[in-house]
Design a protein around this ligand. Structure first.
Ligand code: GLN
Length: 486
């Protein structure tokens, strides 16, 4: 198999044995990016000099006999809402179009310290608002499985790049599904850890009570490797959990005998693509074949997820995005003569339509007189959603659902109808509202050759269970081994 299609653990093996150098690998990946990027547009910024410099450094330290870090020499892509010192961070927005951060965020720094070689910053929906990667101010991303289709969003650049072999793994953020949805639509493993498991220091905030950082990888073993580096307490993030990090590689055991899997009936509804439903049923059979026991469960408040999310996420976003005022950083209108019109013009010109829609919605639900009716009510419903999950986890190890009701759709198909776009996340959003870990993994293909993903949801801090079940499933199937032909 081509080098660029190999997993992190396969590449680590080649690097450790000295069969390839990090510099060679980086060169190969950079030239593959050059060949494919016109079609995909997965990157906002490519950083070849930084990458080659880092690769050479690791080769030298390896030759000097130093023990390599867990990701030494591995080409990685970083979503463009992660601050990276020395290269620009746009968040997919014109308002941060030329922004260069003075420091790298904790999660990025941990990847670099482990030896990861950053090849560039990945395209994304503006401020991570979207499900298709079409709201980016830098243009849409194309799905490597079919260039006329969306890759999923908002971490669409991350998914397209990893699936196409432009990097071995990438970071993403997931506020309502933005790691799991694009992973599913591009045949990858996408892990959204428990809220607080991974530091968000130096990640541009969208909705702070929901945002979480995680990896997109080619298989479950790589997901465990990446999570190991990313996870852990960070005193710089007040929501970061100060609890020990397990040794995730130990979860990679293909044994789920006697494990109990809950299948929520609310997730198998009318409107779901029959091919997606068939793939889920097949996955359930496979897991039962491995000795797991599947049973129907109920998460009765499921339907409230989308409305609750769009109240809370927009409210938090309207507050988080208040800092882009044209003064402190980012884009500034040059003609404005006084303060208010400077704010107005800079924000009008700097933000795209979807971001403006969310700021207006969020400002509305937080305004006096509406706060109790919307924001407070949504917080209460959020508690009920969370309690549904707690109830099920009393008797079950994991919950299994589809990631998306359909496979990837055509570019522009949903851009004219925001509500239709918002419904793309009905199966992922509640996991964020409950703060739980969720992982999407490849579980089939449509007749037309498009990837289908399934989602495993775990109780708080039970990432190990997801990895173990995902690993067991992966050992019994071949879906994750398929690569798109570009
Ligand atoms: N699609 C959802 C939204 O637009 C989720 C995005 C995300 O997870 N960042 O808000």
């Amino acid at each position: 198999m081509d080098l660029h299609h190999q997993t992190i653990h396969e590449l680590r093996n080649l690097l450790d044995k000295g069969e390839i150098s990090s510099e060679e690998l980086t060169q190969k990946v950079l030239s593959h990016i050059e060949q494919t990027e016109k079609q995909l547009h997965a990157f906002i910024t490519i950083t070849p000099e930084l990458a080659l410099e880092a690769a050479k450094r690791f080769d030298q330290s390896r030759q000097a006999g130093k023990k390599p870090g867990a990701l030494a020499g591995i080409p990685l892509g970083i979503k463009d809402n992660f601050l990276t010192k020395g290269s620009r961070t746009t968040c997919g927005s014109k308002i941060l179009g030329n922004y260069i951060a003075p420091y790298s965020g904790t999660s990025t720094q941990r990847l670099l310290d482990a030896g990861g070689v950053m090849v560039g910053k990945l395209n994304m929906d503006e401020f991570a608002m979207g499900s298709s990667n079409e709201t980016s101010a830098f243009g849409e991303v194309h799905n490597p499985w079919d260039l006329e289709l969306i890759p999923g969003g908002s971490s669409g650049g991350s998914a397209a790049a990893v699936a196409a072999g432009q990097c071995s793994a990438a970071t993403g953020t997931d506020t309502g599904g933005s790691i799991r949805l694009p992973a599913a639509l591009c045949n990858l493993v996408g892990m959204k850890p428990t809220y607080g498991r991974v530091s968000r220091y130096g990640v541009i905030a969208f909705a702070s009570s929901l945002d979480q950082v995680g990896p997109l990888t080619k298989d479950v073993t790589d997901a465990a490797l990446m999570l190991q580096v990313l996870a852990g307490h960070d005193p710089l993030d007040s929501t970061s959990l100060d609890v020990p990090v397990p040794h995730y590689a130990q979860s990679l055991v293909p044994d789920v005998k006697g494990w109990k899997i809950g299948i929520p009936k609310e997730y198998f509804v009318a409107g779901m693509d029959p091919e997606v439903e068939a793939a889920m049923l097949q996955a359930i059979k496979t897991l039962e074949g491995l000795g797991a026991q599947c049973g129907e469960v109920s998460l009765p408040h499921t339907d409230y997820g989308v409305p609750v999310y769009y109240i809370l996420a927009t409210a938090e976003a309207s507050s988080n995005l208040a800092r882009y005022d044209g003064i402190r950083y980012g884009y500034r209108n040059k003609e404005a003569k006084e303060l208010i019109s400077l704010y107005e013009k800079s924000r009008t010109e700097g933000f795209g339509d979807e971001v403006k829609r969310r700021i207006m919605l969020g400002t509305y639900v937080l305004s006096a007189g509406y706060y109790d009716a919307y924001y407070l009510k949504a917080q209460k419903a959020r508690t009920l959603i969370r309690q549904d999950f707690t109830q099920v986890f009393k008797n079950y190890d994991v919950i299994l659902t589809p990631v998306s009701p359909t496979a990837a759709w055509k570019l522009k198909e949903k851009t004219g109808d925001p509500l239709k776009m918002y419904l793309s996340d009905i199966f992922t959003i509640n996991v964020n509202l409950a703060g739980l870990p969720g992982m999407s993994l490849p579980c089939g293909f449509t007749q037309g050759g498009l990837p289908i993903g399934m989602q495993l949801i775990g109780d708080s801090l039970q990432e190990e269970k997801l990895l173990r079940m995902g690993y067991a499933y992966e050992q019994a199937t071949e879906w994750h081994k398929r690569r798109p032909k570009l």
